[in-house]
Every structure is written in C-alpha cells, then in structure tokens.
Ligand binder design. Sequence first.
Ligand code: ADP
Length: 963
Amino acid sequence: MAADARDPRETPAMQQYYRFKKRHPDCVLLFRIGDFYELFDDDAVTVSKAIGLTLTQRTAGVPMCGMPYHQLDTYLKRLIAQGFRVAVCEQLMEASQAPKGLVPRAVTRVLTPGTLVDESLLESEAPTTLAAIVFTGDGDDSPASLAVVEVATGLFTLIDCHHNTIADELARRGVRELLYAAADLKPAPRVKKVLYTLGLSGTPRASWQFRVSEALEALTTHFKVSTLAGFGLSETDPALPAAGAIIRYLLETQTLSDEDAKTAATAGVASTRASLKHLRPPRREDPASFVTIDAVSLRALEIEKTIRGQSSASAGALEGSLLGVFLTAVTGPRSVIRTPMGKRTLRDWLCRPLRDLAAIEARQHAVATLIDDRTLAAQLGDILNNIQDIARIAGRVSLGRATPRDLVGLARSLDKADALLEAIEGVPALTTIETRIRDARDTITPIASAVLAACVEEPPAHLRDGGLIRDGFDAALDEARLLQRDAGAWLSDYQSRLVTQHKLPGLKLGFNNVSGYYIELPQAQSRNAPPELTRKQTLKNAERYTTPELREYETKVTSAESRGLDRERHIFTHLCEQATAALAPIALFSDTVAELDVLLGFADKAQRRGWTRPTMVSEPALQIHAGRHPVLDESLGGDFVPNDIELGARSAFAYPTDAHSESPSHRLTASPSHSPSLALITGPNMAGKSTYIRQTALLCLLAHTGSFIPADRATIGLIDRLFTRIGADDALHAGQSTFMVEMIETANILNHATPSSLVILDEIGRGTSTLDGLSLAWAIVEHLASPLHLPTSSPPHSPGPRTLFATHYHELTDLEERLPGRVTNLHVAVREWPGGDAHAEIVFLHRILPGRTDQSYGLHVARLAGIPASVVSRGREVLASLAVHTHGAATTFPINAPSTTTAKPDTKKVPKPRAIDTDAQMPLFTQYINHPAIAALKEVKLDSLTPLQAFDALRQLKQLTSE
Ligand code: ADP
C-alpha cells in the first residue's frame, strides 16, 4: 500500500491501526475511536456486507464502517456467527487524558470460535471448546492425541484416540476450533478429513509450537511447576505437544502481548492484563471409564439434540431429545436441573455414561436418598435455584472480563456453601459431596463475604456506570460521592439564586452529555438575560448560557465523578484478584454443585414420572420390564405402551402373553443362564419397531449415568460401547450414498462390537436391491449372533453383543431356528379388524411380543397414508400374484449355514448345510428374477394380441421354460 504524503492512510491514527492489523492479519480488527469501534479497508467492506453495517469513508479512498461501543456484544455475536475471527483494539485511556499525541491502544482480546467466554456468545447448556491435535505416527491410520480446553471454565483435558474416533471425540466435547501443525498453513489430508467431518475451518499453527521441548516449556512456565509429574503426566506423554500448542495459542489470543502490556503499563493501566489462571492443569481421561458412544449414535439417538434441530442452534433442537426430557419437559417444571453448570454436566453425563459399577451405584444411592427425603430435596432445590454459573463467571474474572453483576452473582453463589453443608450434613449418600464442599468452603466463603460487604445488592451492568460499591465502604469513594451530591445541591441552590436575583421565573439549569451544564431561558425571556450569562447555544424556543461560577462547579463535579469511578474500579479489581487467587476451590465448589444439581434433577424426574432404579450388573444382561421411551412417554403421557426386553445373560424372565402372542412354543428357549443375545424385530411400518429399539438404547444409556429409568424394573449389564445404525446421517457423511453410509457404519459395528457392547440396527440392507439387502442382513445377523466372529480378545464361547435388529425382511426370522439360543424373534402386535380383504382395518398395538410376523401390512399403511384406493387395490392384486410365486420361499430359503472359512462351525448348534451347490445360493430368487421366460413375458403386450398371436406367445414361453 504505497502512500505519498497526502495519503489518508498516513495519519498517525491510521498508522497505529495498520500496526495492529499487521499483527492480526487473520482477524477483522475493531479499532476503538472515542465512542465507536471502527473497521477500515477490506475489513470494512466485508463486514458491512456480512452484518449489514453502513459503509462510509473515513477520508476519500478509505472505506470505513463502525459500531457504537456499547453495542459491541451484539455485533460480536453476529460476527462470530458469521465465522469471523475478531481482534478488539481498545483505547487504554480517554483521549482527553492521553498525553499529547496518540491515544495508547492495545488489542485486549482476540475472539475465535473456540475461545469464547462472554455469556452472550455462549450456549448455556453446551460447552464451547478449543482443541489441538497431533498424530502419533505417519500413516493415515495412526492414532491421534488431543488436548481440549473449555476456555470459559478452564477445563483442560488430554485424550488419545484411534484414528476412527477423532471426529467423535471432538464432536462430543463441543469443539468449535481445531489447532493443527502446518508448515505452509495447509492441513494435511488426515487433518482435512477431520475438519471436513466436523464442518470446522481449523486454525493452522507453526510446527515448532508442537515440539515436545516447546510444549514442556509452555506448560511448566504457565503452571509454574518444574515438572509435570505432579499432574500425572510424563514428559513422553503423546498429548504433550498438543497441550503445549494450546497454551501458546491461549496466551496469544486471551492475554495482552508483551508489547501491548508495555504500552498499558506506560499508560498506567497494567491491571487490564488478563490472566489464564483459571486454566486447570491438564488431566488425562481414561476412555475405559466411560461407555463409548460414537458421534453417529449420539446424533441418531437424539441424545442432546433432535436430528431436525442438529444443524441449527435453535432452542427447538433440545425439545424431543433425551437431554430435553430433563431440561424442557412438557409437564411439571420445564427443567429439573437448576444451574447452568448442572445443565452442562448432565449433557456430559448423557454423552459419556459411566462404565464403573461402584460409581454408578453411588449416584443411584444419592438419587434414591433424594427421592425418599423430599424435604431435603426441596431445601436443596431452593438453594440451587439461587446459584449462578460459577464456572463461567470465574473464567471471566480470571480473564479480566467480569462485570459488576458477575462478581456479585459469584459471591452470592459462593455464599451458599454453608447452607448446602447444613442441609446435607450427615446424609450418608451425599458424603463425598459434603467433603468436597467442606474442602472449598474455608477459602470461598471469606471471598463471598468480602464482595457482598463491598458491593450493593443491585449492581450496575457496567463498571463505567458507577454505583457498585456501597456507601460507607471506602472513605475516599465516599468523599468523592459527597462532593458530587453537594454539587447537586449547590446547582439547585444556584438556580433559585439566579431566578430571584434576575427575576427570570423561566430560568432553569440543565445538563447533557454533549454540552455539560447549562442555564436555559425561554426565547421570550432571553432579552432580559443579564450580561454575566455567556451565550452557549441557541435552540428553537430557548437560549442556553453558562457562567464562570457554573463552569467551576462543573469541573469540580466531573473530577469528583472520575475520582469516584477510579476508586470503584480499584476496589472491584482488588476483589476480582481475591477471587482469582481462589480459582481452584471455586472450581471444586462449582463442579460439586453441578453434580448435586444433576442428582437432584434425576430424583425429581424419577419421582414425578415413576421411574425406577435399575439393577446394574457386570454380566452382559439386559432385562427391562415395562420399559417406556423417555421422550415419547413424556409427550404421550399415559398413551405410551410399555414393552419388555430380555437379552443376554440370565433368564428368570418371561414375555407377557395375550391373545395375540403366538403359541408358547415360540417363547424363549434359552438355557436358564443365558437368553439369546440377538433379537430380530419384525412388524409393519409404523408399528413401533424403531421406537422400541431406540428406547432400549436410551434406557441402557440412562442407567449408566446413575439415573433411574422409565420401567417397572430392570437388570442391565455394563456396556462398553453403544453402536447404532439408524437412518442415514447426511451431515457427517456428505458426499456418500446412503447405502455407502449404511455399510460404513455397519462395518464399524462388526469390526468393533464386543460381548459387552449394545448394538441397535434399524432396517439394515434397505439401501440396495431386495436380494442384496436380504443376503447382507442375513450375514450380519449371523456374524453378530455368533461368537466365532468376535475379536480375538473376547473370552472363548462368549455370546455376541446384545443386539436389537429391526427388519422388514421376514425371511430373517428363520435364523431363530438356525441359531438356537442365540437369536430370538420378536414382533410388534397388530390387530386386524375383518372387513373384507380390501377393507380390513389394522390397529397398531405397539406391543412387542415373541415370535415372528408373517405380514408387513405395507398396503394398509399406504392406505392410511392416503395412497389412492385404486393404487392400493392394484397393489393387492400384484401382491397376491407374487405370493403365489414366492410361496414357500421363506420356508425353503435354501441358504447354507455360515461359511466355514473363518472358523469351525459349532456343529451341535448350526444345522448341517443342505446339499446345495454353494455357487447357487438362493436359486429360487435368482432363477425367478433372471429367467428368460420372465423377460419374454414382460415384452408381451396383451392389449394388441390377437387370439392366435396369444397362443403363439404362450407356446414360446412354454418352450423357454423347458430349455
Ligand atoms: P416403525 O419403526 O415400526 O416404522 P416407529 O417406531 O417409527 O415405527 O413408530 C411409529 C409411531 O408409533 C411413533 O411415532 C409413535 O408415535 C408410535 N409408537 C411407537 N411405539 C409406541 C408405543 N410403545 N406406545 C405408543 N405409541 C408408540
């Protein structure tokens, strides 16, 4: 940008602007000038277009747009939503106070998608996090290590993961920004893949920042330790480079640069420097402690958002999800969780349920206690209702971004420690919680008292408004305020003096921000103004004046005001520093309150909706009696039909029978110690298959969080991984065909499910031709039901994973007989009201019963959906004729037993292969479809045939069939 002497870009302010811009080339720079934040050049052009600001020119040729300083938050929100990174450059002092020349400025913060901390920019129920990634090998399938930081609360986690689960881990943790090492700013293909899957743009960082030595230095310097051993981290930890890179990035974006800090110190405003003290030491997470749920399953089961709402940030996304059952209930209180930290913790528990029996039972014990003792529950509820978002406020205090309301809110919340302790003292199920609050109490209560003693009950929104500190708290502040008040009294006294002295009844004293204090006379009386009144401004109906005496008082008031504000700022900063020094106990208190809040929410939900405590066991059992879908049960109320399930270990359990169940011989025939591990669920569309299998997954998952569940009783064995294959997930697999997505997801399940997993499959094989689909579905069921295919680490003779397989392929139900004790058939009952074939009515009973179904009722469903009667009736004719051809196909489905290439079949259980050529599997189907007679028949045009031609055609067909 060459500039000659007259170039408007050569002014000192613009030169200063360009210096900052050069340091933050990837950000739009908001440059504070007086009461506005201004943007220039390309920034101005792009931003004005993106968020609808008026584009002007600072001087000819320099595009500019701006926003009033007090609307910064609103505009930041819009900019962030549009994907901009924003650097905010502040004036470090008022222009009037600045030493001559330029106002000193500094970039006080850089807002990036992963580092947001302002309440208005964050969702309260979900975390916004930043992650850094390193790969621990060169190949595309080498494992990765991640460092994840939630800047708003300071949580810092390290995780190692398989290359397949990187995107899952990042999605689950709310990662909005990913740092990666890049020599030339371009992501390597494997990073690109992750970014693409998550829809993130990614933030390239210099490769040296990911060096182990650099990381060690960054971490030990930041946490002021000589070794990381105290954090349980070795110097060879694979995630160390990611952790180091993240620290460097945070220091760069969240705190003042050294250069800016120097400017600030010179200007005497060093206290604006933000700290990252709230950042907790990095903690390794052991994936073995949690049930693994991949991102596909989280979405498909609508754990935290409904599928319809996944892409939008609308509030509607929560409603209808499992999380929504607790936070947006239709009956009773909308949310049973009372604090924002509690809401985020619940989300975390639902996305990462526990796999540790003792830990689950400890939570259940607490929930049971809170159900039994409703007085205690009510008391705790009242206290928790008054606790604010401690975790995020503490983060803002540390980063120097807290408001007066934040500080007072924090103090009021911390002040609840004593009340909580009093309530839970001596309650055995809450001992751990009590101990943790007690540990934090001694540090946090004095801070709360100090803040509450200093600050007023209703604090102002901004420090600059004044009025945060109580009268009588600080002598210097009181003195300044007295002067201001005295000045007020003096002004009214002065007004009466002028009125009497000059006999001007219309004379008034006034004030506005632009012209300060003034004396105003109506136009009619202005002729009589005495000479000591100096004219200041002429309005339509009035004249404004000033006097030397008035000017003198104005100065006195203004300086008292600014002294008062300085004093308030000083006290506020001091209180914030006290809180910053106690960030660890504050975090402990916040985490504990969040946990208590969720446990209380579980108890409230269970008590209101009649949920019961599942018995958790370590064997792969799954027995649920009268289970209900948590979301539908809530919305349908009493109309939801409860259902049972039994799979896997132990079997003192029987399905109910009624008029629609099949004969007792179809009931489960498992050995007493083991029921089949795989259930095939058949039934018409809309009958409730999908609801049933989802419900089972949701109940298992809820049980692992320590929550009670909507069922009469249940025994659930610990699950290591939950797999689902339900519907196409377009967002995560853009660019792939639905069938491809289905196969990728199924492959993942077949390759990774263990005897402890839970697998939910809905309509596998639908995306391809009937025969292909049926064959695949058949083989998949065999694979999952047979231990021979499980990973080698599985114990010998172990059953397959507990699996629910909803399908419209009735042929699969043969597998119950072929794999006895391993596969069981269930179907959804339908009641058929006679009314003649064409008019038969069906009623969906939504009742799951043992045995297979022999009808799909597709035509009935089509009629219910409004397909024209003529089409339905033609469909019936076609069905009848097809039934003639395929009759017997299901019973004589000539499929071989599982291939013996991978392992020896269990000859006792699997019937011997029939004497059929293996190349000719399913001959009936293939011959039927491909037979030349069929092709010829298709060509025949009946309407145009003469009787003779018809006879000829028949003869040719006959010939073809005998060839
Ligand atoms: P399918 O998978 O068999 O096509 P769905 O599970 O999608 O059927 O169920 C269709 C509808 O039936 C659901 O939207 C729900 O409203 C209703 N439904 C399913 N199960 C039940 C049940 N147990 N009780 C009451 N209504 C149910």
